[in-house]
Design a protein around this ligand. Structure first.
Ligand SMILES: Nc1ncnc2c1ncn2[C@@H]1O[C@H](COP(=O)(O)OP(=O)(O)OP(=O)(O)O)[C@@H](O)[C@H]1O
Length: 256
């Protein structure tokens, strides 16, 4: 025995028994999901299987009908966003007319004094410096004063990720972050998410590209009709399990 104690990575986010119903129709049917520091988890599933709803319930954008979410060990109020968790989307949410730097600074608004946050044209120097460091982290330190709308889709997605870093989020949820990107830009964004996990964040990405999930993830979670039907490492995951998520029979059942 070397005396070295190996400890399991810390669970940063834990969702337990999440149920979401719309007009009595279940979209999530008791979903459990843990995200640990230092891991990238991909979520696969057919259209309508509940992937976006799961992330939205977890980040607090929509309240679950039932279930609980804990962030860093503390239960969060249902439907209330918490600063430790950030989300990026397929439709990239940047303010096109504002500078790249202003977009990233916006991540800090929640922790700024109310009066300062009203005049977001004038972010304090320390916030701008932190935002520059976040831009550097995503490889965009060269263009802080460019209008965000002039950047490519892949670059805009990296600006959105830099904003999450400026929010000091420990958990990053990415809903189809590369679906609108060409293969090269998609690889770049996935490599960035991978490196953020390697730095200690917990990252979950909803993907429609099983090959990308296999290449970049520590774990792949499969969703079918609002339930987790597998969670496995890319090497342990059989292709048949992945294919089953997209079988017409399974999805027909989903519609019934
Ligand atoms: N606000 C809402 N009101 C009613 N039904 C909703 C609402 N949001 C989502 N749904 C339904 O919940 C189901 C799951 O939707 P969700 O967007 O979570 O699926 P998804 O797996 O992310 O699909 P996709 O891959 O197409 O994005 C769908 O049947 C959808 O119509």
């Amino acid at each position: 025995m070397s005396g070295t104690t190996l400890t399991a990575p810390r669970v940063l986010l834990s969702a337990t028994g999440l149920v979401k119903e719309y007009d009595g129709t279940p979209v999530l049917s008791g979903l459990d999901l843990d995200l640990r520091a230092g891991e990238l988890v991909s979520v696969l599933g057919a259209n309508g299987s509940g992937k976006s709803t799961a992330l939205r319930c977890v980040v607090g954008l929509v309240p679950p009908t039932r279930g609980r979410v804990e962030v860093a060990g503390s239960q969060v109020e249902p439907g209330r966003p918490v600063p430790q968790v950030a989300m990026v989307f397929q439709k990239i949410h940047v303010v096109a007319r504002r500078s790249v730097l202003d977009n990233v600074c916006a991540g800090a608004v929640a922790r700024m004094p109310y009066t300062r946050s009203l005049s977001t044209w004038l972010f304090p120097r320390e916030v701008r410096e932190e935002a520059m460091a976040c831009l550097d982290r995503v490889g965009l330190a060269e263009r802080p004063h460019e209008r965000a709308g002039r950047l490519s889709g892949g670059q805009q997605q990296r600006v959105a990720i830099a904003r999450a870093l400026c929010q000091r989020a420990q958990v990053l949820l990415a809903d189809e972050p590369v679906s609108a990107l060409d293969p090269a830009a998609a690889d770049q964004v996935m490599a960035l998410l991978r490196s953020l996990a390697d730095d200690g964040m917990a990252v979950a990405a909803v993907l429609h590209q099983p090959a990308l999930a296999r290449r970049y993830s520590d774990r792949i979670v499969g969703l079918l009709r609002g339930r987790v039907v597998f969670t496995a490492s890319p090497t342990a995951l059989a292709q048949a399990e992945v294919d089953r998520l997209y079988e017409p029979d399974q999805r027909a059942e989903e519609a019934s």
